[in-house]
Design a protein around this ligand. Structure first.
Ligand code: NAG
Ligand code: NAG
Ligand code: NAG
Ligand code: NAG
Ligand code: NAG
Ligand code: NAG
Ligand code: NAG
Ligand code: NAG
Ligand code: NAG
Ligand code: CA
Length: 573
């Protein structure tokens, strides 16, 4: 039966000819005939009967990651399994453009948080530029099943297959299968080049880097936003604000921390030379703003039902900023230090809101207390303690010190060194294969420190070009790896607290131009009130009262982004 269908399809649509329309290719029979051949990817077996196709016409998508677009596509899904693993099913979905819109491109898209895909979040970005655009379910059960649902086989027993699939393997398979499927689907001749790309942010940024660090010629161009890499540190770091409050024994009312953030924004806005409500130079803010200056300022907030990142309902509040509140904020901004005062991990930039520092109001006692960070808590209970729970209890946290956090960071970094840490700094293989990476991070990210990206850039620079002078090594990196910090940008998007901030909406097109037309981006288009985003290590600066803009080299500012992680005996890349 299978052979018969193949023969029929092959006759109807000879692979050397392009199909006429999206309707023609959007059938299970046509898609089946384009599946990678048996043995194409040793160890994987594709199930031809699993193929499903869904056509969508005139569908409009909007995102901060690509201009609003109306597209036609066919969503083609199929399943495969890993040889030797019982009950293993991995689903992949590819959004396929019409044959006359196809531009010899393939795009993989990434996930966020504990999800390995973003559903329809990024795939339109590829379809609109003529790319087949893929996503994977990692083998976790369905496109909507998150990794944490399958990470443990039982309490104390890790599902290592799921761990490595999340870490990097699923994306490798998605891309290798996707590229072959694309070539066959459109009947590309052997000498026609298929360009391959990746786009993702947060966990999706980490997934992008996981590929760049391992699979040299898999992607020609990668857009990696705010990567959740240095995973062992990153996830535990969400608990740092909780432990600081506990150690200083002060739990600021939500309105007090919000006021401190707003006053920081108001004071630091102008340091970049333009009063636009955007802190474009958080490094100058770090050098010049003293949180103590907020002490005594009145604040008031209306009652709120809570919003985002698990924050809790809050009552109507008024008060004045206290010395204790300012001390908590300053200690958070200083980053995690161990009991010997050694530096363990960096914090968010000043001007960000204190999401990890959210506290919880107890209406019975009328007091504020700890609200354990969900991302940080689940990392500890499920991934480090191997218990099937997403909640770290307040009682358990009450035992934690700064040293506990450091120990948890080191434990996780080591345990998942080859799957999740994702900071391998030698990119020579990727470079020599001709790959290009566009690395983007909001300078006011409150979930993944902006400095985390700067530090990785610095690790790559020093590992690959440590024998060159600073500017010479930056020039060498410029050939294939460019980092852009988005002024005022929050976590993977514009910042609601800095309304004139924006997000570069053309990043995929930018990396395409770099790869296909050798147009390396000097700056990025900010797609908003701030239209130019400087390339690291250059920093934005307005002069003449905001009339003149330039990207400047400022050594004192650059130095604020250099970290000496002296709490570790090994280099922390
Ligand atoms: C899609 O939009 C175009 C232009 O507006 C229109 O001509 C076409 O009929 C629409 N197709 C469908 C399927 O709605
Ligand atoms: C693609 O199609 C599959 C199967 O119909 C569906 O489960 C999935 O949600 C679709 N994915 C997207 C991103 O549209
Ligand atoms: C944002 O920019 C607009 C236009 O330049 C300006 O009128 C407005 O005051 C700015 N917003 C803030 C909060 O500064
Ligand atoms: C911030 O101000 C306080 C109070 O004036 C002062 O004690 C502290 O040293 C200042 N910090 C810095 C880094 O200047
Ligand atoms: C501030 O709190 C006091 C005492 O709880 C209350 O009387 C007053 O109405 C509050 N003011 C505002 C602006 O909420
Ligand atoms: C697994 O651990 C969780 C959290 O400690 C616990 O609630 C659950 O009962 C345990 N499951 C089994 C089967 O023991
Ligand atoms: C806190 O630490 C003490 C001493 O190590 C231990 O006995 C206790 O069980 C811990 N409490 C929690 C809730 O983990
Ligand atoms: C790097 O070049 C800039 C000019 O772009 C110059 O101002 C700076 O001093 C140089 N830095 C070093 C460390 O040589
Ligand atoms: C801080 O600013 C935001 C808007 O940017 C506003 O919604 C909020 O009420 C302010 N918070 C305080 C405490 O003033
Ligand atoms: Ca500004």
């Amino acid at each position: 039966m299978r052979v018969f269908v193949w023969a029929l399809v092959a006759m109807a649509f000879p692979s050397s000819l392009r199909a006429a329309s999206l309707n023609d290719i959007c059938t299970p029979a046509y898609a089946k005939a384009a599946l990678p051949a048996d043995g194409f990817f040793p160890g994987l077996t594709i199930d031809p009967e699993s193929v499903q196709t869904t056509i969508a016409l005139n569908a409009t998508y909007s995102s901060e990651w690509y201009p609003t677009s109306t597209i036609d596509y066919c969503n083609i899904t199929f399943a495969y399994s890993h040889d030797g693993i019982a009950n293993d099913v991995v689903h992949v979905a590819y959004w396929v453009p019409a044959p006359d819109k196809f531009q010899n491109r393939y795009l993989s898209t990434g996930g966020g948080g504990l999800a390995i895909n973003s559903g329809p979040g990024y795939v339109p970005s590829g379809v609109r530029v003529g790319a087949v655009s893929g996503l994977t379910d990692g083998g976790f059960g369905s496109f909507n099943t998150q990794w944490d649902a399958v990470f443990l086989l039982a309490n104390n027993t890790i599902n290592w297959q799921a761990n490595y699939m999340f870490g990097y393997q699923a994306h490798h398979e998605l891309a290798v299968l996707g590229k072959e499927f694309t070539k066959k689907l459109y009947g590309m001749s052997a000498d026609t080049r298929l360009y391959s790309y990746y786009q993702g942010c947060s966990e999706g940024g980490r997934e992008g880097w996981s590929q760049v660090q391992r699979f040299n010629d898999q992607f020609d161009g990668v857009v990696a936003g705010a990567p959740a890499f240095r995973y062992g540190q990153q996830q535990v770091n969400h608990l740092t604000s909780n432990v600081i409050q506990q150690t200083l024994n002060y739990y600021p009312p939500s309105c007090e921390l919000d006021k401190i953030a707003n006053m920081t924004i108001a004071a630091c806005d102008v340091l970049d030379g333009k009063a636009d409500g955007v802190v474009s130079r958080s490094d100058l803010c770090k050098l010049q703003f003293n949180v103590s200056s907020t002490i005594g300022t009145p604040y008031s907030c209306a009652a709120s039902s809570g919003n985002g990142f698990g924050s809790k309902p809050t009552p109507a509040q008024n008060g004045t900023v206290t010395a204790e509140g300012a001390a908590v904020a300053q200690t958070i901004l200083d980053g995690l230090h161990d009991s010997k005062g050694r530096f363990v991990y960096m914090s968010y930039q000043p001007g960000t809101t204190f999401v990890d520092g959210a506290t919880e109001y107890d209406s019975t006692t009328g007091t504020w207390g700890v609200s354990v960070s969900g991302l940080g808590g689940e990392w500890v209970t499920r991934y480090l303690e191997l218990q099937d729970t997403s909640t770290l209890s307040v009682a358990a946290l009450s035992n934690y010190t700064y040293d506990t956090l450091k120990d948890l960071m080191v434990f996780g970094m080591n345990k998942y060194a080859d799957s999740l840490q994702t900071t391998y700094p030698d990119l020579e293989g990727f470079r020599s294969s001709g790959g290009k990476v566009l690395h983007i991070h909001g300078e006011q990210d409150n979930s993944i420190p902006t400095g985390s990206s700067v530090h990785y850039y610095e690790s790559v620079r020093s590992v690959m070009y440590g024998d060159l002078g600073y500017n010479e090594s930056v020039s060498a990196l410029d050939e294939f790896y460019r980092l852009f910090l988005v002024p005022g940008g929050a976590h993977c998007g514009a910042n609601s607290y800095q309304a004139n901030s924006s997000w570069p909406q053309n990043s995929l097109q930018t990396v395409i131009d770099w790869v296909e037309s050798s147009k390396a981006p000097e700056t990025l288009d900010g797609s908003g009130e701030i239209d130019t985003i400087c390339r690291w290590p250059l920093r934005p600066l307005w002069t003449d009262g905001g009339a003149t803009f330039s990207c400047v080299y400022d050594q004192e500012s650059i130095d604020t982004w250099k970290y000496d992680f002296n709490a570790y005996n090994l280099p922390l890349y």
